[in-house]
Write a protein that binds this ligand. Structure first.
Ligand code: CUA
Length: 167
């Protein structure tokens, strides 16, 4: 079979670009393991309690200093666990004073979940094996819905909670 010179050049160029593309993907996604920047810490999903932040007593909101809070939570199918209130009922609403700096720390034992606070810049993916962290300042009073924006199964649409920013 006779190939024209230009056909050969383009064939080499085409195959070459494909190989280069696969090498870049291979190094970037698999060898280096690209993850969103909120995913810098790892955790054993079978034993998340080994991490202080995710022990039952430390879930929910903790005041660190004036205007500074940490909110720890465990996402699971199909719930956000923020611990329990003084009466022992599960916390479903996180109440934060306006203008506070809040660090959200989340993980999960089961499948990939989302943690988006609609109307704010908080939007994390929560993956088993990783601690997702995001710090933000909530300075607009109001009620915000936390939604799971990663499909996680039958009850995905039931997975929500509330953040209330108050004056
Ligand atoms: Cu959790 Cu969708």
């Amino acid at each position: 079979m006779h190939l024209h010179k230009f056909e050969k050049i383009w064939l080499v160029f085409g195959v070459g670009s494909l190989v280069l593309f696969l090498v870049v993907i291979g190094i970037g996604a698999f060898y280096k393991g690209t993850h969103p920047s909120s995913h810098l810490a790892t955790i054993d999903p079978q034993n998340i309690e080994a991490e202080e932040a995710f022990q039952q007593d430390n879930l929910g909101m903790t005041k660190v200093e004036d205007d500074k809070y940490i909110v720890n939570l465990v996402a699971s199918a199909f719930n956000y666990d923020f611990g329990v209130d003084d009466e022992g009922s599960p916390v479903k609403t996180i109440r934060i004073p306006k203008g506070s700096t809040v660090l959200f720390q989340a993980t999960t034992k089961d499948v990939v979940h989302g943690f988006q606070i609609a109307g704010t810049n908080v939007n994390m993916m929560v993956e088993p094996g990783y601690i997702s962290r995001y710090e933000t300042v909530l300075d607009k009073p109001g009620e915000y819905t936390i939604v799971c924006n990663e499909y996680c199964g039958m009850g995905h649409h039931l997975m929500f909670a509330t953040v209330e920013v108050y004056e």
